[in-house]
Design a binder for this molecule. Structure first.
Ligand SMILES: [Zn+2]
Length: 385
């Protein structure tokens, strides 16, 4: 049995410039590491017409139930301007008790901590009743169409049972131990175009200005009170992100106008109920103004909540024991791959402190690395007790 140190493994992983959707060898490397620990590794490559093939990994140790799974991603966001970094983002370096590098936080280090925890667990207990598995994708930060979503479909087809899943995303806002995520709000983006009639500004009666209509619509949708939040969720919110009227002349009434907005919604809504609500508004205002409209929607995920079960509370207590902080069970933040996994298994998210994720000089404290490994190790011990 090899000795796997989380810091060394985190550094090794950061060295792969796996800028989404590039894999750069990260998945093969991980699979090699897990094979050394006795895991059965299956590399799953998925693609579709619009995208390059993506490598994913499902690895399992043991055949028995219960099967506890760790889910994560090896792809990272682009580093931005390299000159803004104090180091090369893909040559990890330790400065003042912090490991710096792209993915240090989101989320290669977390993967390293779980593998190191498994390694320590197996050294202590070579025989245990159940299975440990890994679901690692290379497509989380980008389109997320050939990643966890398709792995979940594959596992469903294969009737692979996962009894509980820990998603290792950075969930803590400031300190390790503050926050577990048990659900997420949904996200829907709407692209709306209003079609009027182009004309001379001096002859408005011969034209139909779509900008008036789009302004009325946007005002109306901003005024909708979606809800005031629930016990588990913050209130839903709608944000207008773009208003475009592509007009090059000051004396022309434009022919069309468009706007984009996004709604983050809690479980009082679904993407379909929101679409219905919006379409009624678009229709009635466009009709009154004698304009046409077209709209398209993109749903990145429905809202969901995993009802806490005994494993959730065991994990909450384990975190509290090690960090001396009782983590909140929260549903804040953007979407994550938990939105796919929850379809086949109860899950929660717990990882590092997310303060520097996606930023220049992304970093993680070495103390947190040790603590997170210890937390994951204790979770495994309690789970198989
Ligand atoms: Zn992430």
């Amino acid at each position: 049995m090899p000795n796997i140190n989380e810091l060394k493994l985190a550094k090794d992983l950061i060295k792969f410039p796996s800028i989404t959707p590039k894999d750069a060898g990260a998945i093969n490397f991980l699979s090699k590491q897990l094979r050394l620990l006795g895991f059965n590794c299956k590399i799953l490559e998925f693609k579709d017409k619009k995208s390059k093939p993506i490598k994913n990994l499902y690895a399992r140790l043991g055949k028995k139930a219960p099967n506890i799974c760790y889910a994560g991603h090896t792809d990272v966001v682009p580093p931005g301007n390299i000159k803004d970094w104090t180091i090369d983002p893909f040559k990890p370096s330790v400065r003042k008790n912090y490991l710096i590098g792209r993915g240090a936080n989101d989320m290669k280090s977390s993967i390293a901590c779980f593998i190191s925890a498994v390694n320590k667990f197996l050294q202590k207990k070579s025989k245990f009743h159940g299975s440990i598995s890994f679901l690692i994708t290379g497509d989380e930060e980008g389109l997320a169409i050939n990643g966890t979503k398709k792995v979940v479909d594959y596992l469903k087809r294969k009737k692979e049972k996962i009894d509980f899943c820990i998603v290792g995303e950075p969930t803590n806002p400031n300190k390790l131990g503050e926050m577990i995520k048990i659900g997420r709000r949904g996200s829907i983006t709407s692209r709306l175009t209003i079609i009027g009639t182009q004309g001379h500004v001096a002859y408005p009666d011969r034209a139909k200005n779509p900008s008036d209509t789009i302004v009325k619509i946007l005002k109306k949708i901003k005024e909708i009170k979606l809800d005031s939040g629930t016990k588990d969720f913050q209130a839903s919110n709608l944000e207008i992100t773009k208003i475009n009227i592509n007009n090059h002349a000051d004396n022309v009434i434009p022919g069309s106008a468009n706007a984009v907005f996004n709604i983050r919604f809690n479980n009082k809504h679904s993407s379909n109920s929101l679409k219905r609500k919006l379409n009624i508004i678009f229709k009635s205002i466009a009709k009154k103004d004698k304009c046409k409209f077209n709209v398209s929607y993109q749903v990145s995920g429905e809202s969901f909540l995993t009802k806490p079960n005994k494993t959730t509370y065991m994990i909450q207590n384990t975190i509290k024991k090690i960090t001396k902080i009782k983590p909140k069970l929260s549903t804040t933040g953007g979407t994550s791959d938990a939105r796919f996994i929850r379809k086949i298994a109860p899950c929660l998210e717990f990882g590092l402190v997310g303060k520097t994720m996606h930023k220049v000089d992304e970093s993680v404290s070495l103390t947190d690395l040790k603590k997170l490994t210890k937390i994951y190790f204790n979770i495994l011990e309690s789970y198989f007790e």
